[in-house]
Design a protein around this ligand. Structure first.
Ligand SMILES: Nc1nc2c(ncn2[C@@H]2O[C@H](COP(=O)(O)OP(=O)(O)OP(=O)(O)O)[C@@H](O)[C@H]2O)c(=O)[nH]1
Ligand SMILES: [Mg+2]
Length: 340
């Protein structure tokens, strides 16, 4: 039942050693990004495509005469980066007000007004995952559609928590996809984290139950449960994951402490639909937006913040373990706007 399988996986979806360096993430003792570290550079690089959709060099746009035409162009660029209609409207309203009120007439002032307007939207969802020191395991249930990056994110989180000195246990709740268990075990082995698993086809809720029970017995700090990818529109599969959540609550009325949705940032506005429906079905407490490095649609975070308000805990800006960064509204906006 407790499958500590040793076999290294050949599966191509498993991360290659180059993608998970031994170095711990660049975090200070308090878990926040260390100042002066390379993390901001990584964030900037990771957001480069979305930054380009925003127009790359916004400042040269702002050097033009500040008039309706300029505002129209800015609006267009925000929409192009998938910021979404409502968030774009809010940003534009705010800037227009500022320009009028303070009679802004130069590019720097306009850039600052844009930064402030964007941060204002993201700030309410910029709430890091706080894991208290406690007797009981803190449990995280990870959900999302196929290929969103759930298992990879779990591996990166395990790496991060270990580096912070927390003990971690993983539950291989994806009993559907053939190589899913091996993929998680590869991450587990690399970080020296035990993985609780049963075979493919087992009941997901039963694996996660075993995992939480084991974490309780071993006094593990953090349990992270993987689940199979499912579409938010597949009612029966959404029922299944609801059952997983319920079963965890039988062992510990506060479990799961975190219901974490992983969405692929590259799906743009569709990520918003996914988030809505998963939130409705499960009551999300956090979101991770992955693959921002591969997309120009990173503006979807604004749409998520504006429409849903669920905290964005982490963002993925690359394949390496340290490319899973704590979400920080100000840093995100500054990286997006190409500021230092
Ligand atoms: N570039 C990039 N790739 C990522 C990121 N996060 C995940 N990936 C890649 O996305 C692919 C799918 O990741 P998985 O973790 O297997 O996704 P999953 O949600 O567990 O997939 P299923 O279990 O099939 O539902 C892998 O090739 C990952 O390396 C990221 O932030 N950036
Ligand atoms: Mg997976």
């Amino acid at each position: 039942m407790f499958g500590f399988r040793k076999k290294k996986s050949e599966e191509s979806t498993a991360p290659s050693p180059e993608t998970t360096p031994e170095a711990p993430p660049e975090t200070a003792a308090d878990g926040q990004p260390a100042r002066g570290g390379g993390w901001f550079q990584r964030l900037r690089q990771g957001l480069a495509k979305t930054g380009q959709a925003l127009g790359g060099d916004l400042k040269s746009l702002f050097r033009r005469k500040i008039d309706d035409e300029l505002f129209e162009e800015l609006e267009e660029r925000l929409l192009l980066a998938d910021v979404g209609l409502d968030a774009t409207q809010r940003i534009m309203d705010r800037i227009t007000r500022e320009v009028k009120r303070r009679e802004l007439d130069n590019a720097d002032a306009l850039m600052d007004a844009l930064e402030t307007a964007m941060v204002e939207i993201l700030e309410p969802v910029s709430r890091p995952l706080e894991i208290p020191q406690a007797e009981r395991p803190f449990s995280i249930l990870v959900v999302g559609i196929n290929g969103a990056g759930k298992t990879t994110t779990i591996g990166k989180l395990a790496h991060r928590f270990q580096a912070e000195g927390r003990s971690v246990l993983l539950a291989a709740g994806d009993t559907f996809r053939a190589a899913a268990v091996e993929q998680l075990q590869t991450w587990g082995e690399r970080n020296d984290v035990p993985v609780i698993a049963q075979g493919t086809g087992a009941d997901s809720a039963s694996v996660v139950y075993d995992g939480l029970q084991a974490a309780q017995a071993r006094k593990t700090d953090i349990l992270i449960a993987d689940t199979a990818g499912r579409l938010h529109t597949q009612t029966n599969l959404m029922d299944e994951v609801r059952k997983v959540k319920r079963v965890m609550g039988r062992l510990d009325e506060n479990a799961p402490d975190e219901v974490l949705l992983v969405v692929d940032g590259g799906t743009g506005q569709n990520a918003l639909n996914q988030a809505r429906q998963f939130h409705e079905a499960l009551g999300l407490t956090g979101i991770v937006v992955t693959k921002l490095d591969g997309t120009a649609k990173g503006g979807v975070l604004f749409a998520l913040a504006e429409q849903l308000g669920v905290p964005v805990r982490f963002i993925g800006v690359g394949e390496k373990a340290e490319d899973l960064q704590r979400f920080d509204a100000r840093a995100f906006v500054r990286a997006l706007l190409g500021k230092d």
